[in-house]
Write a protein that binds this ligand. Structure first.
Ligand code: COA
Length: 417
């Protein structure tokens, strides 16, 4: 079998719920040996959350913990602490996303970890960076709100909106994974470990940077590409919610397609890219618009976006979202069908590329999961099912700690594993 990019890298994975597990799942797909440490008899809380099959690991858990091995271990138990110390000695990276201070309370501060293994890369997710909120426990939607996403998402004049994309949890996990591999690279020169910290608020803000861009542009006048400008609605002090306007300056909207009356996803995104304006006019049956003085330049078109998009919509409503794609794509007119999760689950190309994968699980049978969205030509990711709670405890104790079967039994009796 081909060697994987991170083969040989040993990850002590103390993560739970979503943000940390997203990170370590990526590292596992790249070939790292990810040892997921879970509390004996309990495990990651998500094993039991949103269960669809009684008694079996939930999809919440199985879809975030592929390709990992699970060991049950309680580092608060004195014998458990010895095993944990040995694992810290042996591993390259430790990842955790506990509430602030939880690892210190276990007796394993960053200072202590460095003492045990100076080459250790210690990576954490917290809700906030140092400051007023550093001690807070934080979940997805809190991060979306505190990171600037919610205030800029939704329709103008309506409540702030969170997005279904888990930018606070999974988004932070992605940032953390990059921090870890960067620290591993630096260690090849420095020989030293280091601390990698990612705050959920910061990660969300990084993904929302175009909205902080617009906040500063507001000091110099209205945001002319926002629909509200064309509608004559004045701007306030902060970047407003912009509905489905595109964030990039080229006007875009979500428009109804054939079947919208009964299908909640019969819509397309449609961008009136300046470079293909003439083709847009032709395709929707309005060739005269190309000569129309009101629409001559992108700037002149801005006050007329409602008229323009409602006319385009009269055309898109005569086509399915896929027909719109088939017609516009060859003309380089940027459009995109609003795909439902059902359509995505059934999408053949996503299956072919391994982005949607079917996996077999001994308890729950076959289920779909999202495979590695990052494709490395020399390190393809084969998705393996998530581990059962403590499935690899004995193997890991023998392999990493050279512990005999008899000693494993007494550790189990003591509650350390
Ligand atoms: N053995 C024994 N105890 C263990 C253990 C193990 N293997 N693994 C965890 N624990 C203990 C911890 O030591 C902690 O105990 P303590 O509070 O007495 O010190 C306890 O389990 C729970 O940890 P905590 O992180 O506080 O869990 P929580 O369910 O109360 O909070 C979060 C969950 C996600 C809010 C919190 O972990 C957090 O804010 N994390 C950082 C931000 C984050 O990642 N949020 C998004 C998650 S998707």
């Amino acid at each position: 079998m081909e060697a994987k990019a991170l083969e040989g890298v040993k990850i002590l994975d103390m993560t739970h719920v979503q943000s940390g597990p997203t990170c370590t799942q990526l590292l596992a797909w790249f070939g790292a040996d990810v040892i997921k440490v879970e509390r004996p008899g309990v495990g990651d809380a998500t094993r039991g959350q949103l269960r669809d099959i009684p008694g079996e690991d939930s999809l919440y858990f199985t879809m975030l913990n592929s390709n990992k091995r699970s060991i049950t271990l309680n580092p608060k138990n004195p014998q458990g602490a010895k095993i944990f110390t040995k694992l810290i000695e042996e591993c390259d990276v430790m990842v955790e996303n506990f509430a602030p201070g939880a690892l210190d309370r276990m007796g394993f501060s960053w200072e202590k970890i460095q003492e045990i293994n100076p080459k250790m890369i210690y990576a954490s997710v917290k809700g906030f960076g140092p400051g007023a909120y550093e001690d807070c426990k934080v979940y997805e939607n809190v991060a979306q709100c505190a990171g600037g996403s919610a205030s800029t998402t939704g329709m103008l004049g309506e409540v702030p909106m969170v997005t279904g994309a888990q930018i606070g949890d999974s988004g932070t996990g992605l940032h953390l994974a990059l921090g870890i591999v960067t620290a591993l690279f630096q260690r090849t020169h420095s020989g030293k470990g280091q601390r990698v910290e990612t705050a959920m608020q910061d990660s969300v803000l990084n993904l929302c940077r175009v909205k902080l861009r617009d906040q500063q542009r507001l000091n110099h006048g209205p945001l002319k590409e926002y629909s509200q400008h064309g509608e004559g609605i004045p701007f306030g002090e902060a970047t407003p919610r912009a509905g489905n306007d595109s964030g990039g300056g080229q006007p875009g909207r979500i428009l109804k397609c054939k079947g919208w009356e009964t299908d909640p996803n019969a819509y397309t995104y449609f961008i009136t890219q300046a470079a293909v304006w003439e083709k847009v006019c032709q395709v929707i049956g309005k060739p005269e618009w190309f000569e129309d003085e009101r629409f001559k330049t992108p700037e002149l078109r801005l006050p007329h976006l409602n008229e323009i998009f409602s006319t385009i919509e009269s055309w898109t409503m005569t086509k399915t979202k896929f027909e719109v794609m088939d017609i516009c794509n060859p003309l380089d007119i940027p459009v995109g069908p609003i795909l439902s999760m059902k359509e995505i689950a059934e999408d053949e190309s996503l299956r072919n590329t391994g982005t949607v994968v079917e996996v077999d699980h001994p308890g729950r049978g076959k289920y779909l999961t999202v495979g590695n969205p990052i494709k490395l030509s020399d390190s393809p990711a084969d998705v393996k099912r998530s581990p059962l709670l403590g499935e690899h405890t004995d193997d890991i104790l023998k392999e990493y700690c050279k512990i005999s079967d008899d000693d494993i039994k007494s550790l189990r009796d003591s509650g350390a594993i």
